[in-house]
Design a protein around this ligand. Structure first.
Ligand code: SF4
Ligand code: SF4
Ligand code: SF4
Length: 434
């Protein structure tokens, strides 16, 4: 499964560790979602070759990735395309190859899936090996099937929700990734109420933004544009018709936030809101899009090719191959790109002076293809939406921060919004709340 932000089962941060997302089935998938930006990457691999990670690549990846980690915790993220296409035996092999490292390392696995191929056997395995599953579900049937269909044009809602129910029945840890495309953005409460009614507790909303390819990219057989150039003016080609409109994205988040902050704080966790609160209290962002810098979130493809990030699987961002090149060298190269330190240094003046910079950090460099009001390059396409959302929620985050500072649960914000709230600062009660 693949969507705009691509950060799902595990979040990629701007910290010092190295994060590699594996795509063991490459760009293969049993669906053909309208907004998928990954299926077309098949054009980058020789026609007729297998889209399946070989045992040699798998072993090299696992060993080198574990060895590269500065801490004793290693997080593997298996993504696609659709990784479950490989079958359970592939993942049994994954667990076998990880086993020798278990005595020195705590290994965690995450799987990002469209959920359509999950069955009891899969769920038993995922539960047994404590996989965290990110499942893609955009909302109720009409909304989900608007964009998420297979090659025959059949919607995937029934199959995806069956997968969700199985995960729930087996007690597998999961979260939902809901992509926000143009039409989805017009129905925020339908999406949110549906997910809540389905018993989902952890949700991430991912905006869908793509541009049509320019001539240079189209010659590789790709129809979508690579990341924006941050050092020169680009010709503007507009966005695809399924891309969410900037302000509509802000309104979508605001509408859901207004509902959440009154009824669901502490019971439903919307990652977009958690990140904002996190930034408000001064912590570094756990998600690359809103971190100051990125560049440590590489991707290993099924053939061992390593790219600078999930959004940068384009020939110009290929860093090497896991079989032949040292990871340290590839990371160093990645940090030299616009996804390293220049995520911060290339910000236009209007971002540097922006009142919500701490929460936004200018967004993902891939989508910084707009100009500022004073004609500087490098403004994020979603800027009007980001600004509207982050500005709107400040007053609530302020209350929540005060609650935290007083050792009280943030869920008390729901009481505060009903009317005047007298916060008890009795030390005994405070200890109990903690
Ligand atoms: S599930 Fe849809 S978005 Fe994900 S990889 Fe398949 S076609 Fe792409
Ligand atoms: S370019 Fe940077 S911010 Fe954007 S998805 Fe990649 S790692 Fe994240
Ligand atoms: S809201 Fe807009 S101006 Fe402010 S940091 Fe984000 S992208 Fe830049």
């Amino acid at each position: 499964m693949h969507t705009d932000s691509g950060k799902t089962a595990a979040q990629e941060g701007g910290g010092k560790g190295l994060h590699i997302v594996a795509k063991p089935a490459g760009p293969a998938c049993n669906l053909a979602c309208d907004y998928c930006f990954y299926l077309e990457k098949q054009a980058l691999f020789p026609a007729g070759t297998s889209l399946r990670m070989s045992d040699a690549v798998l072993q090299a990846f696992i060993d080198k990735y574990v060895a590269s980690q500065p801490t004793q915790e290693v997080e593997f993220v298996w993504q696609g395309g659709e990784p479950t296409l490989l079958g359970l035996d592939f993942f049994r092999r994954v667990v076998d190859l990880q086993r020798p490292h278990n005595s020195r390392t705590t290994i965690r696995n995450s799987l990002q899936t469209n959920g359509t191929l999950l069955d009891d056997e899969w769920c038993r395995f995922l539960k047994e090996h404590s996989f965290m599953v990110g499942i893609s579900l955009d909302g109720p049937q009409l909304i989900h099937d608007r964009y998420r269909r297979d090659r025959k044009g059949q919607g995937s809602f029934e199959r995806a929700t069956r997968g969700l129910r199985l995960l729930q029945q087996h007690g597998v840890e999961y979260n939902v990734m809901a992509s926000v495309a143009r039409e989805t953005a017009t129905q925020p409460l339908e999406v949110y109420s549906f997910l809540k009614a389905a018993g989902v507790e952890f949700i991430q909303f991912a905006p869908v933004v793509e541009r049509p390819a320019d001539q240079q990219t189209a010659q590789f057989g790709l129809r979508l544009a690579p990341p924006a150039a941050l050092d020169r003016m680009e010709e503007q080609h507009g966005v695809t018709e399924w891309s969410v409109e900037p302000e509509a994205y802000g309104d979508f988040l605001i509408t859901i936030f207004e509902e959440w902050v009154r009824h669901d704080v502490g019971t439903v966790f919307v990652m977009n809101f958690e990140w904002a609160l996190n930034a408000w209290i001064g912590n570094p962002s756990p998600v690359c899009v809103h971190a100051k810098q990125c560049g440590r979130s590489l991707v290993v493809e099924h053939d061992g090719s390593v790219y600078a990030c999930d959004h940068c699987v384009y020939p110009q961002y290929r860093l090497g191959n896991i079989l032949t090149d040292p990871l340290s060298f590839m990371v160093e190269q990645s940090l030299q790109t616009q996804f390293g330190i220049s995520k911060e240094t290339a910000l236009p003046r209007s971002c540097k002076e922006c009142e919500v910079l701490a929460a936004c950090q200018g967004g993902c460099p891939k989508h910084r293809f707009n100009r500022t009001f004073d004609d500087q390059i490098g403004l994020h396409y979603l800027c009007p939406g980001y600004k509207k959302f982050f500005r709107h929620i400040r007053k609530y985050l302020h209350i929540m921060t005060q609650l935290l500072e007083n050792g009280l649960p943030v869920s008390l914000v729901m009481e505060a919004l009903k009317g005047p709230l007298a916060i008890s600062i009795d030390p005994k009660e405070r200890r109990q709340a903690l």
